[in-house]
Design a protein around this ligand. Structure first.
Ligand code: HEC
Length: 129
């Protein structure tokens, strides 16, 4: 009599434990949507290959973009990304609209004043024609 009761009690506890474990597992299945990140995109899409790891510009390849928001508006930046330029390939086909908008937004906020020792100006005027 005594023994039977405690066995039933044990079964109850085991069953209860299983139910709780299953409930917890079912709740772990949500993934937050990944927002696009302009800085990450410049790396993923190869902009840094020409513009430098921190978009500071590279000798002979491409100008710095760190102050591009000071000299260019969003329309220009978007056009440059979509259609390319003299030495820059077009990215209109390679990027989605969302990716382009994220890059435009990111770059138009780059308003770092050029440093005194910046080679950017030299590079740009040397590049004309
Ligand atoms: C193959 C090298 C190369 C790659 C890759 C490249 N660029 Fe460029 N980019 C240039 C060059 C060179 C210029 C200077 C203008 C020209 O010749 O087109 C330039 C100019 C720009 C400008 C205009 C800067 C200004 O002050 O007028 C923007 C904005 C820009 N690039 C953004 C990007 C973005 C965003 C990416 C990646 C999606 C990228 N570039 C990838 C070479 C490159």
């Amino acid at each position: 009599m005594y023994r039977r009761l405690s066995l039933t009690g044990l079964r109850c506890i085991v069953l209860f434990g299983l139910t709780v474990a299953c409930g917890v597992q079912a709740q772990e299945q949500q993934q937050p949507a990944q927002p696009l990140d302009g800085a990450a995109l410049t790396k993923q899409k190869g902009c840094v290959y020409c513009h430098g790891e921190h978009l500071e510009g590279t000798e002979g390849k491409a100008p710095s973009l760190r102050g591009v928001g000071l000299r260019r508006d969003k329309t220009f930046i978007e056009g440059q990304i979509r259609n390319g330029g003299q030495s820059m390939p077009p990215f209109g086909e390679a990027l989605t609209n969302d990716e382009i908008q994220t890059l435009v937004q990111y770059l138009s906020q780059m308003k770092e004043a050029p440093a005194k020792t910046n080679t950017d100006a030299k590079q740009r005027s040397g590049k004309k024609h």
